[in-house]
Structures are given as C-alpha cells and as structure tokens.
Design a protein around this ligand. Sequence first.
Ligand SMILES: [Zn+2]
Length: 398
Amino acid sequence: MSAAAARAMARADELAGCTERPGEITRRYGTPALIAARDLLEAWMLEAGMRTRVDRAGNLIGTLGAGDRPGILIGSHFDTVVDAGRYDGTLGILLGIGCGEELAGAEPAHDLTVAAFCDEEGARFPTDYFGSRAFLGRPLPDVAMTDAEGATLASGIELAGNGAAEPGSGLPANAVAYLEAHIEQGPVLEAAGHPLGIVTSITGGAKLMVALRGTAGHAGTVPMGLRRDAFSAAAEIALAAEALARDDGEAVATVGQVAVSPGAANVIPGRAAISIDLRHQDDNRRAGLLARVRQMIAEVADRRGVDAAVEVIHDERSVRCDPALGERMRAAARAIGLDPPSLPSGAGHDAVILSDHVPVAMLFVRCAGGISHNPAESVTTADVAAALAVLTAVVGGE
Ligand SMILES: [Zn+2]
C-alpha cells in the first residue's frame, strides 16, 4: 500500500506541472492545462486496466468491472483555484485510481468507477459544481456566460468537452455509493493527531450580497449627524453578522468582499457593497440565522438612513453523509489500527451534487496546518496510504 501511496504522491507532483501559469498551480475549466491533466489521469486509468471515456462537459470516467456487481464510485475534481495546492480534488481521483490498481486481478465485491470532475471550483466561469452536475446529465448552465476576459463557457466546452459523447447521466445503473476522499482543508485532524476523519455532513451555506446606498459628500463639511455613510453602515453590518454567528455558537459568518465608492479619502462613501457567507450544519438554524441577519441589515440601514438591497446568491442545504457507509470506512480504518473521528465538512464538495442520486460518504485526509487553496497544501505519504487502504477495503469487501 505504501508503494501505491508513493505513486499517488508522485502523480500529484506530476499533475502540479499542468498549469496555465508557470510557477504556480492554476488549472481552470476549459484550458489546455486542464486537458493536459486529464490526459495524464486517463493514461493512469488505462494502465490500471480501466475503460475510459470523456463526457460532453469534459469529465473523465474510468470503469473497472463488467457491471454485474454493485458499483461504487470514487470521485473528486481536477480543476483548481488560482495559485492552488496540489492535493485539493486531485488526491481523491488519484486514490480512486490507486484503488483500481490495488484491486487489479482480485475479485472485489464491487465494480469501481472513478469520476474525475472537470469543474468544481468555478474559478474561471461563475459556475456551481458544473462538472458533477453535467456528469449527472443535468441541463448545462447558460453557455453564454463569460470569464473575466470575455470568453464564453461555450468556448470552454468546445475545448474541454467531448462533442460526440452520449447525453444523459454518467451514473452507472449499478451504483450503490459515492465515496470522496479529500484533504480536510481545516486543522481539526492535525490538532487531534488523526490521519483520517469520517465526514458526518457537508455544511450548507448561504451567500448574500448587500448593496448599500447613502449620500456621498465632503468629508470636511458634512456634520456627523447629517451623514448617510454607506461604508459605515456596511462595517456595522459586518460586525453585527459576526456577532450573530458567535451567538449561535456553531454558525460561521464571513464578510470577504467589500467595495466602497467613490473610494476617496476625503469623500463620505455614497455606496458600499459587501458579501456575507453564512454556514451552519443545521438547515433550520441556518434559516433562522439568515432571517436574523436580514432583519439586522434592515435595522442598521433604517437607523443610518441608507438604502439596503439584499440579494441571496445561493442557499444550499446541508447534506448528510450515509451513516452505514461511514461505519464501513471506520471499520476499515480500525483494521489498520486507526480510530478516525467524525467531523463535519465546512466546505462544499462534489458529493453534495451526487447525494441527490446515490448515498455518499467522505473521508478526510489530514493536511498540514489545515491549509488549502494555497501552494503550501501538504499531506504525508503515510496518511495517503491509510486513506487508500480504507477505500480499497470498502470497494473490495462485502
Ligand atoms: Zn476540492
């Protein structure tokens, strides 16, 4: 298993060379770098004895087995954010391929399908799980949408997709489970000294854009009592959202985007816009928090005499991972001397989309410092070997 893990690590290094920009790892949808990475993955799938195909969006699917046994899918994504690390997404695919290699020549209890999704991060086009949605045969998003340079999604699909592919869902008819192994992207496992964790649920989240409109004016001549300062209102809203999440105890709230206009040191801001990202494992409590945040925004705006327009960009429910699958992974981990803790995933994953169609489970792999979406992403070969052993046991066993 450690030889296979070392191979997965070397492959992650090789995939890191598939990048739009030398010196960093940037591999967004519909770029030659994405296709170069897919070509490598396909070559390794073929070496592992898998049948491969590319679907109309550009997902790569490798299959092992004749379809006469229950099927397990192992998947993740091979696109990246800008200036990414080398394990987010790719590790899950490499573990799936490693699993196929480990089971070659054996009589596993399950057929194996490895699904390599072409766009999860949405780093180039404003897409939302485009790869896994397309894999399931869902309608394509608006192909006229453009990236920052004005290129259309249609042009990306033309480059990355397989125009000759059959439409429809790529989910095998015999599929009984979807497993996704992913770096934790948080510090919990490292702090507790565990190589692996079993994910209980994928936390739902809402994203709001709040646009505030006051009155721009001279910073020296308008008295404080007569101001309608849009940025001061935005700042108060940001701190109040933070306080509401803290009061809940389990929610998280983040203001990550701020725009102020006109943006001069001697002008009272007439306009401000902020994003608010709200997450909570419990859908009811998240809905309650969202309502409290909206009410708070209205109160702050009213008191400060500014107009507030709130747009809810998305509001995704939490997804519960399948407890029975989680227990199978836990039993496999115990068999190699581990006792993986259960933990929620604060980040979204392709498993969210697959969960509408098939029971899903996720295995987290400890990552150094909890760092992700960053070139400093790091995992150990020993932890990768443990994850591979768990996945192989689940696919191979009854
Ligand atoms: Zn990811």
